[in-house]
Design a protein around this ligand. Structure first.
Ligand SMILES: [Zn+2]
Length: 115
């Protein structure tokens, strides 16, 4: 029987995306981003949320909405996108949901997106 080697095969779905125009080289040096990182920095507001969460121990949607000057549904939408790539974690605190940056996420740990 053939023993298959683990980790040598490249995933067929590993597409890359060009770095969005608003992301300066000083923030992210890579010209091509993996799909997860592209989602994280794909919108300026979304990346601002990442940086805000990175400087805190966790914030609620209400707190984030106040600081961002965006509507709550917009903030929630961005947070869901970030959660879909594991960039943030959430925890229920009574009626509120607390969001935290997942510092060990692929984008921060491996691709070194700063926050
Ligand atoms: Zn990445």
């Amino acid at each position: 029987m053939n023993q298959s080697k683990v980790g040598t095969k490249k995933k067929a779905s590993e597409k890359t995306y060009p770095r969005p125009a608003w992301v300066k080289k000083s923030i992210v040096a890579e010209e091509e981003l993996c799909p997860d990182c592209f989602k994280v920095v794909g919108s300026k507001s979304r990346y601002q949320l990442v940086c805000m969460l990175g400087k805190s121990d966790g914030m609620t949607v209400t707190e984030l909405t106040k600081r961002m000057k965006l509507t709550q549904p917009t903030v929630t939408h961005h947070l869901n996108t970030l959660r879909s790539v594991d960039a943030v974690e959430s925890e229920d605190r009574g009626r509120e949901r607390l969001y935290r940056l997942n510092r060990g996420a692929h984008c921060f740990d491996e691709c070194k997106i700063p926050f």
